[in-house]
Design a protein around this ligand. Structure first.
Ligand SMILES: CCCCCCCC/C=C\CCCCCCCC(=O)N[C@@H](Cc1ccccc1)C(=O)O
Ligand SMILES: [Zn+2]
Ligand SMILES: [Zn+2]
Length: 488
């Protein structure tokens, strides 16, 4: 196999479109389906829905495993790539580089998706239809786009006889949406048993954000260097059941409803000023015009004002405090029976400056009713903050590749991910975990993640492939990349 030239292999979008065409033809030959596919549309059609750790769609996950082997044949037959199936449906690819002195890194994505009832969708969520320049369906942003883009970029590189210098892993989880315990956790344990240490990890997470901050017209890239902690808490009230014709003064439902209402009405403390947000805003300040640039550059003075402004919007509010979402409520079995038990689930996302224990204490103080019992279902603290300085290889490679693929994006800032990712299971392998999708995200598309009408534009998906294609090659450098010239 030919050694790749020292010069960066450039993939232009026209070439990628041609490649899509090839896939379409291949599918036409090998399938009875007359609709034209891209690898991503085919992936969306497989309903790999996770409901709970015990209830995943095993048939769809198995089909998905077959599908990626079919559409990326070179990846799965290349001699220097080892493929292992972990936890039945997750995939670990080990791509052996030619220079063992370079520390390996890891790219991550997941194949499972959250459920998507048909109601409200412009296009059925598992049809994978391409319409008006968009591929529609569950998983087009979270996170089959990344999974397919990683494999598609690698397939393209291999077909050009590329051999990486730096080894890397590709970890594709199958149960990220329900905790990652059978996928990411097992892959992490396996790599730990093999004594692997990683230079860095890149997983899903933040995006190139556009339209999230009033008065900021320009998009900026936010690489998440941490993610919030989480508690899933079950609240339960048990009371004596009885006939509804003579109800007691308080029922289990009433007591629990009042408790959860107090939680909803009492926001957790605003933690503005601690955690990575300050760094995010300071690095963003120059993007704003007067007077916002001065305000953001002087948070020692204007911090209270900025923190109040951030609280007003539900997305930026999630950056300044621990959030409390009431997500499930169950009680009652019959119209005329006073129910013995009422239960509610509270999904809490912990601000980086707080811990599970501190938040549980606050919740108990807010509820302040000893008839309400607390059961912690799952809990973990906020994740450590990964480095984002000039020596931080993973961060600088992302930044370098963002500036090459998205030249119009002049600002790249470190930030926090308000959701959780499978990457949290890998803290024993590296201190450098970056959560970033090379895609534009607008507030409307943010709402489509886990919501309705999730979709990705075909050019956006092609650009994601191009980004990874270039990122893998950039990672072959044996030193951290030079700071971008805009900084000089
Ligand atoms: C000043 C800057 C303004 C910035 C605005 C921030 C905009 C936010 C942008 C993107 C955030 C998207 C987060 C996407 C990650 C979602 C991954 C996910 O869905 N994870 C699940 C995983 C999970 C975890 C634990 C149990 C079950 C599932 C989740 O977090 O729920
Ligand atoms: Zn995801
Ligand atoms: Zn998700």
């Amino acid at each position: 196999m030919k050694r790749r030239s020292a010069a960066l292999e450039i993939l232009n979008l026209k070439e990628l479109s041609v490649h899509r065409g090839l896939w379409e033809n291949q599918w036409l030959l090998s399938s009875v389906i007359s609709h034209l596919y891209t690898p991503l549309t085919g992936a969306i059609r497989i309903p790999t829905v996770s409901f709970s750790p015990e209830n995943v769609n095993a048939t769809a996950l198995a089909e998905f495993g077959e599908y990626i082997r079919t559409v990326f044949p070179t990846v799965f037959k290349t001699s220097f790539i080892r493929h292992e199936v972990i936890g039945e449906y997750s995939h670990l690819l080990t791509v052996r580089g030619s220079d063992p002195s370079l520390q390996p890194y890891m790219l991550m994505a997941h194949s499972d998706v959250v459920p998507a009832p048909d109601e409200g969708w412009e296009v059925p969520p598992f049809s994978g239809l391409e319409r008006d320049g968009f591929i529609h369906g569950r998983g087009t942003l979270d996170n089959k786009n990344s999974l397919m883009a990683i494999l598609q970029a690698l397939e393209l590189l291999l077909n050009r006889n590329y051999i990486p210098r730096r080894s890397f892993f590709i970890a594709l989880g199958h149960d990220e949406e329900v905790s990652g315990q059978n996928g990411a956790q097992k892959i992490s344990a396996l790599l730990q048993a093999r004594d692997i240490k990683l230079a860095f990890i890149v997983d899903e997470g933040n995006f190139i954000l556009d339209g999230f901050i009033p008065h900021l017209k320009k998009p900026f890239a936010m690489i998440a260097v941490s993610e919030k902690g989480s508690i899933n808490l079950r609240l339960e009230v048990n009371m004596t059941p009885g006939h509804s014709s003579a109800p007691p003064k308080e029922t289990s439902i009433g007591i629990l409803a009042a408790a959860v209402s107090r939680l909803e009405q009492t926001p957790m403390p605003n933690m503005f000023g601690s955690g990575p947000l300050k760094m995010t805003l300071q690095e963003l300040a120059h993007e704003f015009s007067f007077p916002a640039n001065i305000i953001l550059s002087n948070l020692w003075l204007f911090g209270p004002l900025v923190s109040r402004l951030m609280e007003r919007n539900y997305i930026t509010n999630a950056l300044v405090r621990t959030t409390t979402a009431l997500t499930m409520f169950n009680a009652g079995v019959k119209v005329n029976v006073i129910p013995p038990v009422a239960q509610a689930i509270i999904n809490i996302r912990i601000h980086p400056a707080q811990t599970v224990q501190e938040v549980l204490d606050l919740v108990k103080n807010i509820v302040a009713d000893n008839r309400v019992q607390f059961h912690v279902l799952t809990a973990f603290d906020p994740l450590p903050v990964s480095p984002s300085d000039h020596q931080a290889l993973g961060y600088q490679l992302l930044r370098q590749t963002i500036q090459s693929i998205f030249p119009e994006v002049s600002t790249v800032v470190p930030g926090i991910c308000i959701g959780n990712t499978d990457s949290r299971h890998y803290t024993n392998l590296t201190t450098s975990i970056y959560r970033f999708n090379p895609l534009y995200l607008h507030p409307q598309s943010f709402r489509s993640i886990h919501g309705i009408n999730e979709k990705i534009s075909v050019p956006a998906y092609e650009t994601q492939v191009k980004f990874i294609f270039e990122f893998i090659q950039n990672a072959d450098a044996d030193q951290e990349p030079a700071p971008h010239q805009h900084e000089l």
